[in-house]
Ligand binder design. Sequence first.
Ligand SMILES: *[C@@H]1O[C@H](CO)[C@@H](O)[C@H](O)[C@H]1NC(C)=O
Ligand SMILES: *[C@@H]1O[C@H](CO)[C@@H](O)[C@H](O)[C@H]1NC(C)=O
Ligand SMILES: *[C@@H]1O[C@H](CO)[C@@H](O)[C@H](O)[C@H]1NC(C)=O
Length: 395
Amino acid sequence: MRFTHLVISSLTFIQSLALDLDTSDSKSICKAASTIAQGALHYYDGSEYGGSVGCFKPPYYWWEYGVAFGSLIKYQHLCEDNTHENLVYNAIVSQMGDDKNYQPTNQSNTEGNDDQATWGLTVLEAAENGFKSPEQDGHPSWTQLAKNVFDAIYKRWDEDSCNGGLRWQYEESRGGYNYKATVANANLFQMSARLARLTGETKYVDSAKEIYNWILGSGLAHEGEWGIEVYDGSYTDDNCTDVTKVLWTYNYGVLLAGTAYLYDVTKDEEWKDRTSKIISGSQILYNNTVLYERACQTYDICNTDQRVFKAIYARYLAIAAKLIPDTAETVKGLIEPSAEAAAQSCSGGSDGVTCGLNWNIDGWDGKYGLGEQLSALEIIQNLLVTDRDGPKKHN
Ligand SMILES: *[C@@H]1O[C@H](CO)[C@@H](O)[C@H](O)[C@H]1NC(C)=O
Ligand SMILES: *[C@@H]1O[C@H](CO)[C@@H](O)[C@H](O)[C@H]1NC(C)=O
Ligand SMILES: *[C@@H]1O[C@H](CO)[C@@H](O)[C@H](O)[C@H]1NC(C)=O
């Protein structure tokens, strides 16, 4: 009897830990976000003796660390909670590398254009959200670091094949050097659009237009009847004639935020229209009203990288609502049901609040990891995006 009683009470205890979320209450949103962020940091390596500052534990890759710190900067801004500020600051500063452009020697065997740009987008997040400045420690400003990343990547723009575009990898010896990946190009496009807004320098508007036109012109994104579809990439071997038409949330998100920033800079209706069309196109990434990683969740084959894509999409979908208020209602409809679904999936693991991958089923699906935590974090915390200040500019 006593034993049974104990089991029951401990089960009750675990159940009461599952995340509650009231999507109309900022306190509830931030309580949930705080718990999920804490869960993400279980995978951080830099807090432990002998661990590496700026790095998460295996099996996560360096690019995803950049995503994680971007999400935590966003968390600090949206929930006005600086609990993790020093950890995140030390992490981002530690990875800038000798050339101060996020090409650290430690990553020289694996880093691609997309990876480097992911960190560039993280430092832009820091600049736009007034995150603790690195200049006080003798480092370049966040804006300067972002410019350095942009310059390093943009000089690799390759006119020798496919009429332009960036290759996925920048080292010839690596698999993927012959692939013009949408994400490498879309990341650089978004960096350019954000630098245009942040600095007020028109050259970044010009490069953003050039990159966007190439992405559409080469068929890596296609405007159809019900919106813009965003594909994965194409090979230089056949001059990019055969596009790999896999749909990832990541690519939609990166491209649509870039167009939203450009609308804010130029006030040109064309960019607003493009943002709306990518948002319309992205509805294919929902199962009923809930976001899912269509290309891999359908077959239950999502790898480590792919599990974080929904985080990136959620962050960038949300920023469109802030930059283009006309999209806010639509965006809310695309975030709220998924935020509720994600919250109820964060009911697993030994802590009772571990987030799952599939938000479409009742409760936790048994999957866990950094990507699962960050995806739930971004979809939930971004419920607040229109209640907070937008990104800063001109610094
Ligand atoms: C580089 O990698 C080594 C080995 O993994 C690690 O100990 C070190 O902290 C890393 N340095 C940086 C700056 O991340
Ligand atoms: C590659 O395709 C572009 C059109 O997209 C064309 O202008 C160019 O001549 C082609 N180059 C080769 C080597 O086929
Ligand atoms: C879509 O959602 C339904 C429940 O609403 C679920 O049964 C189905 O498995 C989901 N499909 C995928 C591909 O996740």
